[in-house]
Design a protein around this ligand. Sequence first.
Ligand SMILES: Cc1ncc(COP(=O)(O)O)c(C=O)c1O
Length: 377
Amino acid sequence: MGDLLPYGRQSVVEDDVAAVAAVLRGDWLTTGPAVTRFEADLAEWTGGVPTVAVTSGTAALHVAYAAAGIGPGDEVVCSPMTFVATAATAMQRGASVVFADVAPDTANLAVDAVRAAVTPRTKVVAAVDYAGHPAPLDELSALAHDAGALLLEDAAHSIGGSWHGRPIGSLADLTTFSFFPTKNLTTAEGGAVAAADPALLARAREFRNHGLVRDPERHRFPDEGGWHQEVHELGLNYRLPDVLCALGSSQLRRLSWFVSRRAELHARYTAGLSDVDGLATPVRLPGAEPAWHLYPLRVLAGRRRELYEHLRANGIGVQVNYIPVYWHPVFADLGYRRGLCPNAELFYGQELSLPLFPDLAESDVDRVVDLVRAFLR
Ligand SMILES: Cc1ncc(COP(=O)(O)O)c(C=O)c1O
């Protein structure tokens, strides 16, 4: 499989290498000036909403749920068309997850399904910008707030995108990012939380660092001395080190290009495939400026598995994103049943992610398009 064309890949250049090497030669390896700089650089992409850098997209979700104060007895309404972490981290907090179905075209949370799923115990609505296309964030935000809940946006796919002219990161109460190598920018492993509300932001910062409270004004034992810091609520160590934050800041300088290059390649796939019977190409809703992380082709007439195998046999590293979260055995063991979200299940049965990353060549896109067309002819 040495020659498999991957479905996603990082784009790292000599400037990135130099930025990391410079930190390695300095005094700070972990929490130093590169963290502060990366958080400020990220905020330029979130419309000025402050951010907290953490060790992964999963950590970002866990931190966001902790900042929202969820725990046992609380419900989180969640999209099933996502990586398991969006739901799992809420459950790690002891909350119950209620899955609401998605829209059949975008695979993003359907507003009506969320409305039906909300109860007086709902504390967070967790939307996912599937493939980089923004969820219906205004409606979801209004719905969540009417129910006394917060909107969390898992933007692992969508940093650099916007919704009705407003950047991703400025639309939900809590937005989470992932910087895994296949994502829109990378820090190797890494993630971040964005929150405009200073109280949510402060809780996120504390949870990232064991829950340690440094501000003497808030100490319950103010007489301890200058060394003193204390824990009021438990946290974890989710600190993203300076070494990786330097890579992140360097990558952010190319994020505009990453987003536009992905959009170009995405458009090339659509131009090559939209007239083929038996396929549905991704839709883009009015007002959405997606940061296309995936190219989610839909293969109709039950032929997805066959096409998957055909492309893999021809060296194309296609993937399927995602099995509905509640199909994982751990959820089945808790009593979640198939049939819960029919649109998500249908989408899963048809979806095939074609290779998409900034350094992908036009000739690679054309090769994939030719293979798909020949297969369906
Ligand atoms: C939608 C979504 N949420 C969360 C995550 C978790 O991010 P990470 O792999 O950085 O922990 C991912 C990445 O796999 C993802 O695609």
